[in-house]
Design a protein around this ligand. Structure first.
Ligand code: NAP
Length: 333
């Protein structure tokens, strides 16, 4: 039987509606009172691109559009490919100090000559809406089991990385519990693989993390009841490696350069020769008919990641507004 398609569209739209309501409420609260009160300030998300390749530009545009849908103001900052680490850091410092900016999202990957880790770690904790700083990851690592299912870190500065948070939210939306299950993640980056492992651990899965030196990758993946592909290589994870009845999550997104990528359809990627516009890290067509559920590429994890970024941004704006004006009546500071 064909696996359940974990379409990211419906939950992302629900989350966006909730974010839009929170943005409207924030603007109402910060806009003064009385019938003639002006609408308050919209939250601002700075989207920092360094080296505007085709994919980076597309990612930037998608984030801009998503912001506009919910009333968040996007501030696109595009720096040339040759920008030095010191210049990126200086730009981040300026955005950190800019009272109008609530969130800063630095688009990964940066050009090779830029010290990416230093840049992520320079983003102020309260504005790290991508959740990519060492502090945000550290908070996730030390959170109590069962306490990290929400996309923020429980009121503390720092945020849960958007893509892993999106995956957990997607599983939850489709009622797929992971407690007690064997989860196998392929990829150990600090942006996807590691925070994903921490979130699944927090949700009581038994977690194995694989990487480029894992021996017998196929054998390890075969043990997974939940398999997460976060490897960054098109269809590296073969369908035949995956056991019948597994839940398959594909964080990868690789547009076909010759056709570009089109929208966020929910079809299964049928490999590089197909016309869906993108493929993922998992050979989905070879497993879609016998797994319990899978995320399509495009249209699975992607729309939910955008939604999580919006959630983190409005949360950052709410926290900043509370710091400026004090909490609403009845809520402790
Ligand atoms: P990354 O930083 O390049 O990390 C890739 C990971 O995959 C590394 O841990 C690497 O192992 C492992 N790997 C590489 N080749 C392997 C192999 N042959 N066998 C086993 N493991 C192997 O990539 P990333 O940024 O985490 O992204 C992962 C995927 O998620 C990509 O498809 C990307 O498009 C997608 N994604 C990323 C983001 C983001 O914010 N970065 C957001 C959404 C989606 P080593 O550690 O041993 O090198």
């Amino acid at each position: 039987m064909a696996g359940l398609v974990l379409d990211g569209g419906p939950p992302a739209r629900e989350i966006e509606a909730l974010v839009a309501a929170r943005v409207a409420e924030l603007r109402r609260q910060t806009g003064g009172s009385g019938p003639a009160a002006a609408a308050g300030r919209a939250p601002v998300l700075a989207i920092l691109l360094v080296g505007a390749g085709q994919t980076a530009t597309r990612h930037g545009q998608l984030k801009e559009r998503a912001c506009r849908r919910v009333g968040i103001e996007p501030l696109l900052v595009a720096l040339p490919e040759r920008t030095a680490t010191t210049e990126v850091l200086a730009r981040i410092e300026r955005l950190n100090g800019d009272q109008r900016v609530d969130g800063i999202f630095l688009q990964h990957p940066l050009p090779r000559h830029v010290d990416e880790r230093q840049c992520f770690d320079r983003i102020a904790a309260g504005k790290d809406v991508g959740g990519d700083s060492s502090l945000s990851l550290g908070r996730l690592a030390t959170a109590a089991a069962g306490a990290v299912a929400s996309p923020d870190t429980g009121g503390e500065p720092g945020f849960v990385a958007a893509t892993p948070a999106a995956i957990l939210a997607l599983l939850s939306y489709y009622g797929l519990g992971v407690a007690g299950k064997r989860a196998v993640i392929v990829g150990r980056s600090p942006m996807v693989g590691k925070p994903m492992a921490l979130l699944l651990l927090g949700a009581h899965a038994t977690v194995t993390i694989c990487h480029s030196r894992t021996r017998d990758l196929a054998g390890v993946v075969r043990r997974g009841e939940v398999v997460v592909g976060a490897v960054g290589k098109p269809e590296l994870i073969k369908g035949r490696w995956i056991r019948d009845g597994a839940v398959v999550i594909d964080a990868g997104y690789h547009p076909f350069p010759e056709r570009g990528s089109h929208g966020s359809g929910s079809g299964v990627s049928a490999g590089p020769a197909a016309s869906t516009g993108a493929t993922g890290d998992v050979e989905l067509r070879a497993v879609a008919d016998r797994c319990a559920a899978y995320t399509p590429v495009p249209g699975g994890v992607g729309p939910m990641t955008l939604a999580m970024l919006l959630v983190n941004t409005v949360t950052a704006a709410e926290r900043a507004a509370a710091l400026r004006t004090g909490p609403p009546p009845g809520r402790p500071r």
